[in-house]
Design a protein around this ligand. Structure first.
Ligand code: FES
Ligand code: FES
Length: 181
């Protein structure tokens, strides 16, 4: 037996149960599987995109218990009993989430690759503002943050758009902030 064969160790697997877009799901996964790969490769939820796979582009942004995270930077088995929302769970073609509708109205995308992450991030950003969570550019951290251009640009800076649709994305988020904040 060669050295490589004798060193071959089967991958460690674990069972994880979580709620994905309102449905309880259970998977047996290699413990090294990222949440992003679990969503895309095991649950066929391909709306969440893999851009850099290194936490640098935001294309893989999803909501975990209402908080946005880069799903490429977290292992699926760390999310036992978590509630995860992907772009597929925000709205449907017949009943769009207000942020999805605003992105269409304001032409907030070109190729669309970053868009699911942008929308999930934008939904979370408005949640942060409504929860009085300050950002790096909040001038007065004792006052309620406002959805200003500076605040929105700072809070969405982790979501990169190669097509440069930023100004229209900003308009879309501002519209939803005005209607619902
Ligand atoms: Fe996760 Fe780029 S794919 S941040
Ligand atoms: Fe193409 Fe953002 S719309 S990368």
């Amino acid at each position: 037996m060669g050295a490589s064969a004798s060193l071959a160790i089967p991958p460690s697997t674990a069972t994880v149960s979580f709620e994905i877009n309102g449905k309880q799901r259970q998977l047996v996964l290699d413990t090294r599987t990222t949440l992003l790969d679990a969503l895309r490769e095991h649950l066929q939820l391909t709306g969440t995109k893999k851009g850099c796979d290194h936490g640098q582009c935001g294309a893989c942004t999803v909501l975990v218990n209402g908080v946005r995270i880069n799903s490429c930077l977290t292992l699926a088995v760390m999310h036992e009993e978590d509630k995860i929302t992907t772009i597929e769970g925000l709205g449907t073609p017949d009943a769009l989430h207000p942020m999805q509708a605003a992105f269409i109205k304001h032409d907030g995308f070109q190729c669309g690759y970053c868009t699911p992450g942008q929308i999930c991030s934008a939904v979370a950003v408005l949640g942060e503002i409504r929860s009085d969570i300050p950002s790096h550019v909040t001038a007065d951290i004792t006052a309620r943050p406002q959805a200003t251009d500076a605040e929105l640009r700072e809070r969405t800076s982790g979501n990169i758009c190669r097509c440069g649709a930023y100004s229209n994305i900003l308009e879309a988020i501002k519209e939803v902030a005005g209607e619902h904040a």
